[in-house]
Design a protein around this ligand. Structure first.
Ligand code: ADP
Length: 467
């Protein structure tokens, strides 16, 4: 099973992710601070204690050196100072006779200090196993030992009030950062998810409208997230395409009804006139009826042709042939028709071998040239060129005909689309010539482009792969 069946809102999912990331980061920092920093701090405290001890030892040694003997008052003042700094000292001479002892001097304060240190450590560690410890140092005068110094403190190490305050502040600080990060992550999560989910919700509502057949809705919302921006423009384009298709479908139905209605009405009125005896059924009239039937037949033929093309599985029968030679042959077949309309046809092109379906490519050329013939007036001109570019061949058919308006240009490849319906009836076109051209070109993985200006002429450019 890949994705779980439980569905979350994007907002919930994103906010939760932000919170989890924050939780992880703050947790990692706290663990790091508590384990690593505290270890460093403990080492610092132990080192500090050591240097404090050495300092006291130095002071006592110097005192002895200065006098050459033990002086109770001087040692007492050092001892008192040390006691105020939280260190309990005991000084003895070489005979182990006590010279000064803090516990004797002020046993109340000493006990109070030890209890306080123990309280400090237990408040921090709960079950801290510490006790009063003593370190003994020999007091040396040059190379001779003159006594011993015992330094007592709470061990193996202890935090005084300042140290504890420092550690606690660090922890409060971390808790503060954690709370602050949670609030920020919740806020950011909400803002980000709103930014993401609001255009997505909009896209969903627009898609629903499209699926209900309403194609007018466009999303105007902007997003600086590339994927969302693309999604919005894709949906807008989709709506536009559907709208155009819908317009075309409606137009196609009315076009077809219109196309069929005209010959049928003519036939009906002719027959009714003959039945009523208004008209003599002579050869001429029957011929005219026959022409209308031919017209209907041609239309049905076109429809069949189109259905075949639109089934989208045009089978290509590819062979290697010279496109230039084929084009010239087709032009030759058109020559008399062009001559009748006094249209000049100019061909330019050298040998160009391509691997394609010869019959279908002939159909492309025939359709393009018959359009030129239909839509170019007397005295016009058409240039047909075949040229090779790298692995492609380009066919250009450029006429000086009536041209196509910008409005109609996007639709000329659509089924049954004709620019001027009444005019087309005279020319016999049914609006599928270019649809077939495009389908054949597409089947060859080629491309077709059209440039046109009304009153100036039209240029069709077809590009086909040589192989
Ligand atoms: P039709 O059978 O009506 O010619 P097509 O699909 O071949 O149908 O062409 C569609 C429409 O495009 C035509 O009705 C015509 O208005 C326009 N058209 C095509 N080729 C040309 C051209 N060379 N010059 C001007 N208009 C053209």
């Amino acid at each position: 099973m890949g994705v779980s069946d439980i569905k979350y809102k994007l907002r919930t999912k994103l906010s939760l992710s932000y919170l989890l990331i924050t939780l992880f980061c703050v947790g990692a920092i706290s663990i790091f601070a508590n384990i690593f920093l505290e270890k460093q701090f403990r080492e610092y405290v132990i080192k500090n204690q050591d240097s404090k001890n050495k300092e006291i030892l130095n002071m006592i040694t110097n005192e002895y050196f200065k006098n050459g003997k033990w002086n109770y008052d001087d040692i007492s003042s050092i001892g008192m100072n040390a006691l105020e700094g939280g260190v309990i000292i005991k000084v003895k001479d070489v005979q182990s006779k006590t010279i000064w002892d803090a516990t004797v001097h002020n046993s109340g304060l000493c006990n109070q200090m030890i209890t306080h240190m123990s309280q400090n450590m237990n408040s921090r560690y709960g079950d801290f196993e510490g006790k009063y410890t003593e370190t003994t140092y020999p007091i040396m005068n040059i190379l001779k030992q003159v006594g011993t110094l015992q330094i007592g403190y709470y061990g193996p190490f202890y935090f005084d009030d300042n140290d504890l305050r420092f550690i606690n502040t660090l922890n409060y600080f971390l808790i503060g950062i954690a709370l602050f990060s949670f609030v920020i992550s919740l806020l950011l999560g909400t803002i980000m998810s709103r930014r993401l989910s609001s255009p997505i919700s909009r896209v969903i509502s627009s898609s629903k409208m499209i699926s209900n057949g309403y194609f007018e809705d466009r999303i105007t919302q902007k997003s600086n997230i590339i994927e969302i921006h693309d999604l919005i423009s894709t949906i807008n384009n989709l709506a536009e395409t559907f709208k155009n298709q819908d317009k075309l479908r409606k137009r196609l139905t009315s076009d077809m009804a219109h196309e069929l209605r005209t010959p049928l009405t003519t036939l009906q009125s002719h027959f009714e006139a003959m039945i009523d005896g208004v008209w003599e059924p002579n050869v001429e009239r029957i011929k005219s009826c026959h022409e209308e039937i031919l017209r209907i037949n041609r239309m049905v033929g076109d429809l069949e042709n189109l259905a075949k093309i639109e089934s989208e599985n045009i089978v290509l029968d590819k062979t290697e042939f010279d496109l230039s030679e084929l084009t010239q042959k087709i032009i030759m077949n058109f020559e008399s028709d062009f001559a009748k309309k006094n249209i000049e046809i100019i061909y330019k092109g050298k040998e160009q071998f391509i691997n394609a379906d010869k019959d279908k490519i002939s159909q492309v050329l025939i359709n393009l040239l018959s359009n030129v013939l239909k839509y170019t007036g007397e005295g016009g001109r058409v240039n047909v060129t075949i040229s090779g570019i790298k692995n492609k061949v380009k066919i250009t058919v450029k006429d000086t005909g009536e041209g196509i308006s910008e409005e109609d240009l996007p639709y000329i490849f659509e089924r049954f689309y004709r620019v001027d319906k009444s005019r087309n009836r005279l020319t016999g076109g049914s609006g599928i010539g270019l649809t077939i051209v495009k389908a054949i070109v597409d089947a060859h993985n080629g491309s077709i482009k059209v440039n046109s200006k009304i009153g100036e002429g039209t240029e069709f450019i077809v590009e086909l792969l040589k192989d």
